[in-house]
Structure formats: structure tokens, C-alpha cells
Design a protein around this ligand. Structure first.
Ligand code: CAA
Length: 258
């Protein structure tokens, strides 16, 4: 499929989606979020892709919802079109692992989009903020929930009520970002991490992702119960036998994603 506001590429079994509205710092309008959803659909259905990487430009991962596009909308407009739910959140529902490679501004919905991914890798110059209250709205792409779950109430309140910006290092220290890398290295490192994940069995990493995500949504006993059931289910995957056999035979496993 050809897109106008994103670029798609492949590096082996890693699919790369680049947000590409430089004139608006990748502000998320209806077109870019629709195209993002379509690209995720395509890559999720593609058996040749094991992991997705989402990135922006060096200057901006994304500067949030397109304020100019939504400025004149009414309640009924956003209600009817299911603003955010219908398109933006497609990446949060992706069953394959997703990595956000962030440089520059990750603001408002841009930060929320990064938080929808499984792992965030940030360049030193990355900045994270949820300044929505400054323009008379609140974060609406999961920010009040995902930030609070990861960073806790104190920091979430501080960021959401004041619009405070976090540096990449601050975001790493509170658990939002897994790795901070020198400027310009965020995408190469994200691809490297994606390749590392992609070398494992695809169904096994998808099961692992499902188990970790459950920790957000349930209490400990139920989460442990699900984890145990999912662990048992890995014994029905051929790659589980291959992984253990390869270990015993001191060779590299040859996973077939079955
Ligand atoms: N929507 C629409 N256009 C945007 C935009 C946005 N969110 N962010 C930047 N742009 C546009 C600017 O209007 C400007 O366009 P023009 O050249 O046509 O004027 C262009 O991108 C470059 O931006 P700046 O000149 O402002 O660049 P800067 O380097 O001086 O500042 C910035 C960068 C601090 C990120 C600043 O652009 C900014 O504050 N942007 C808005 C950030 C924001 O409030 N995001 C939250 C949006 S609401 C939201 O996301 C809701 C939700 O939860 C879903």
C-alpha cells in the first residue's frame, strides 16, 4: 500500500513505520493515524514480519494530536467518529512486539502513542510531556492511565497538571523508557533490539507479551494464574521443543514460528 504521511520499510523480519509529517512535527491528524493503523494491519498480517518499530524524525517523534484539525470539533463530532479509539489505538492492539524509537518531541498524543508500544528507546534529546490541559483538554489516548500505571500517581499528576517535560534520562529513571542512547542512535538501536526479539520464536514472544500486558489489567493471583496457563501452552508450540533441544545439543535453535 502507498501512504502519504508515513513511510514503511523492512529490515529482515523487522517492520519499520516512520511518521512523516515534518511540516507539523508529525502532529497526529486523521490521515496519519489512519495510515498508521493500516500499516500495523499490514505488518501484523505479514508472516515475514516478527516485530514492529515505530519512529518519527530526529526533531519529533510526534507533537500530539493535530490541534488545528480538532480545534473546531464538537462533542458529537468526536463521539461519532470515535476519535482516537477508531484509529490511533490500533498499535496498542498489535499482538506482535512493538518498539517506539523516540527522538525530540514526544508530546501529548505523541507520548501516548509511544506508551502504546511495548518498549520505548529514546535518544538523549527526547522530551516527554502531556501538556493537554494548557490547551483546554486532557490527555485522551491513554495518557492518564498508562503514565499513572508506569510512573505512579505523583509524577503523573505533576506532568498532567503542570505540563512538565521529562528528559529522556528522567523517563528512563521512572520506568517509561527502557534504554537511552546517543542522539541519532535511537532507530539503529531499536532495530537491533527488534532483531534480537525477532530471532526468537514469534508465537512464543507473542505469548510472553500477552502475559506481561496482563499485569497492567488484573491482580496478582489472576495474573500468575494466566501466566502459568500461558507457560503450559508454550509446551504445545513446536519451537519450544526446538529451543530446548538446541540448548541440549549446544547449537543455535532453528525456529519455524510453529
Ligand atoms: N498540532 C498541529 N500543528 C502542530 C502541532 C500540533 N500538535 N505541533 C506543532 N505543530 C506545527 C506548528 O503549528 C508549526 O506549524 P507552522 O510552521 O505552520 O506554524 C510547526 O508544527 C512547527 O511547530 P513550532 O513552530 O511550534 O515548533 P517549535 O520547535 O517552536 O515548538 C513544540 C515545538 C514545543 C512541540 C510546539 O510545536 C508545541 O507546543 N506543539 C503542540 C504540543 C501539544 O500541545 N500537543 C498536545 C496536543 S493535544 C493531544 O495530543 C490530545 C490527546 O491526548 C490525544
Amino acid at each position: 500500500m502507498s501512504y502519504q504521511t508515513i513511510l514503511t520499510a523492512r529490515d529482515g523480519t523487522v517492520g519499520i513505520i516512520t511518521l512523516n509529517r515534518p511540516e507539523a512535527l508529525n502532529a497526529l491528524n486523521a490521515r496519519i493515524t489512519t495510515e498508521l493503523g493500516q500499516a500495523v494491519d499490514e505488518m501484523e498480517q505479514d508472516d515475514g514480519i516478527n516485530v514492529l518499530v515505530l519512529t518519527g524524525s530526529d526533531k519529533a517523534f510526534a507533537a500530539g494530536a493535530d490541534i488545528k484539525e480538532i480545534r473546531d470539533k464538537s462533542f458529537i463530532d468526536v463521539f461519532d467518529e470515535q476519535f482516537i479509539t477508531a484509529t490511533w489505538e490500533r498499535i496498542a492492539r498489535c499482538r506482535k512486539p512493538t518498539i517506539a524509537a523516540v527522538s525530540g518531541h514526544a508530546i501529548g498524543g505523541g507520548f501516548e502513542l509511544a506508551m502504546m508500544c511495548d518498549i520505548i528507546i529514546a535518544a538523549e534529546c527526547a522530551r516527554f510531556a502531556l501538556p493537554e490541559t494548557k490547551i483546554g483538554i486532557i490527555p485522551g489516548a491513554g495518557g492518564t492511565q498508562r503514565l499513572t500505571r508506569v510512573a505512579g500517581k505523583a509524577l503523573a499528576m505533576d506532568m498532567i497538571l503542570t505540563g512538565r517535560r521529562l528528559t529522556a534520562e528522567e523517563a528512563r529513571a521512572c520506568g517509561l523508557v527502557s534504554r537511552v542512547v546517543p542522539d541519532g542512535q535511537h532507530l539503529p538501536v531499536a532495530i537491533e533490539v527488534a532483531q534480537e526479539i525477532a530471532h526468537s520464536s514469534r508465537p512464543i514472544v507473542m505469548i510472553a507479551k500477552e502475559a506481561v500486558n496482563k499485569a497492567y489489567e488484573t491482580h496478582l493471583a489472576e495474573g500468575i494464574h494466566l501466566e502459568r496457563r500461558l507457560l503450559y501452552s508454550t509446551f504445545a508450540v513446536e519451537d519450544r521443543r526446538e529451543g530446548m533441544t538446541a540448548f541440549s545439543e549446544k547449537r543455535k535453535p532453528e525456529f519455524r514460528n510453529r
